[in-house]
Design a protein around this ligand. Structure first.
Ligand code: CA
Length: 409
């Protein structure tokens, strides 16, 4: 039977008929008799009833199943949140500014020190750099600052019962039941985000099943309150997703003038031959390959990124996220902020800078009209011509790069 979000609100009568015709646990039957909850909860209970044989086939015991759902009702707030998933995407530079905010860096630096010996041991066992582990920890929960207060079973059961994203949440729910059954966490402490991500580094239950480790050896994989367990689990996740020890995720680079932008994958040696340099002046790795990556176009920062960067994206398939993890981790261990500017016109070039840019172009003989700070077509044409002569990518963009080039003429 197809279950959808509309059914959730409308199918009470139909679901009640299912309750009558099939056995159900005492807890469900008892609360179904309460008129106030039955209207809303019955389709949910009918769903749980259909779930039981599926869970049982995966090894969930009746005892686990019954106690997990004892007295549980669906969480309307979770349903509402599925509808609020915004498609609005903020610019990557705003996202990254949050990722490496001063507060986050301060908190992360303290926790890096507190957990230094744990991180030594994790690096030794898994071959995953502490930078990326802390980057994930910081990005996911601000280093354990907020891990989510939603009941995992209730959230997942709510999402599964309405068929949100096919069978994905049903499978996560069964994994969650197995986690309970294995006594890694108490029922009352089994909390996380509304969509089922759990603990210090926000594992989904299926990821927990595959990757969580008991690093402190107390018999429980406690990614909620035990930092060694949580961080080692993250390292294990990255390792088993292909993290290569000794390979950087990547780094910011400077592209030479006249660069052939058609090339996007090469060995580090080849990048060096093409004139690509690390932004911080350090040597390129001696071996390995990397992709050239411009998160905000050729006028924004450029990066060489390796397979390890792609491994970070296995955690969350977003370049903004992966760069956030990578940059946060690097900053915690002393790297400088990005050298290149993001191509954000207004926040970077203010009125006085735009006037300065027009005055500089005028001084070079371009006709941009009265320098008034308004970037019109004549100013853009002048910028384009100037960029082309300077070997810059000629896009007419009135950003800081052009202004800096004009200042050093
Ligand atoms: Ca443990």
């Amino acid at each position: 039977m197809a279950v959808n979000i509309r059914f959730f609100g409308l199918g009470a009568v139909f679901a009640l008929s299912l309750l009558v015709s099939a056995p159900i646990t005492t807890a469900y039957a008892a609360s179904a008799q309460k008129p106030e909850t039955s209207t809303k909860a019955s389709p949910f209970r009918a769903y749980l009833e259909r779930l039981w044989p599926i869970a049982q086939a995966q090894g969930v015991s009746r005892e686990t199943f019954s106690s997990a759902f004892n007295g549980l009702t669906p969480d309307q707030e979770v349903i509402d949140l599925t509808k609020k998933q915004s498609e609005f995407v903020k610019p990557i530079w705003e996202y990254l500014a949050t990722a490496v905010s001063t507060n986050r860096l301060e908190r992360g630096t303290k926790l890096a020190t507190v957990n230094a010996s744990t991180l030594d041991a994790i690096e030794q066992r898994f071959g995953v750099d502490r930078e990326v582990i802390l980057g994930v920890w910081g990005m996911e929960t601000n280093f354990g600052g907020y891990t989510g207060g939603k009941d995992i079973i209730r959230s997942l059961a709510t999402l599964a019962s309405v068929g949100y994203r096919g069978t994905y949440f049903r499978d996560e729910l069964v994994s969650a039941l197995l986690i309970l059954q294995q006594h890694h966490v108490a029922r009352g402490d089994f909390k996380g985000s509304w969509a089922g991500a759990m603990g210090q580094t926000q594992f989904m239950p299926s990821s927990f099943q595959k990757f969580a480790v008991d690093f402190d050896g107390d018999g429980k994989k406690d990614i909620w309150t035990n930092v060694p367990d949580a961080l080692a689990s993250t390292a294990n996740y990255l390792k088993l997703n292909g993290w290569q020890a000794g390979l950087p995720w990547g780094f910011e680079v400077v592209i030479p003038h006249g660069f052939d932008y058609h090339v996007n994958h090469a060995s580090f040696d080849e990048w060096s031959r093409q004139g690509v340099r690390t932004a911080d002046g350090k040597a390129m790795p001696r071996s390995g390959e990397a992709n050239l990556f411009f998160p905000a176009g050729a006028d924004g920062p450029a990066f060489l990124v390796t397979n390890n960067y792609d491994v970070i994206k296995r955690y969350n398939n977003s370049d903004a996220y992966a760069l956030g993890v990578a940059m946060l981790g690097d900053r915690l261990y002393g790297s400088s902020p990005l050298h290149a500017s993001w191509p954000v016109e207004d926040p970077i070039l203010g009125l006085q800078q735009r006037i300065e840019l027009q005055q500089a172009l005028t001084a070079l003989g371009y006709d941009v009209g009265e320098p008034n700070g308004r970037i019109g077509s004549r100013t853009r044409e002048a910028i384009r011509d100037f960029q082309d002569k300077r070997g810059l990518r000629p896009d007419g963009y009135a950003g800081r790069r052009v202004l800096e080039a004009l200042r050093v003429r």
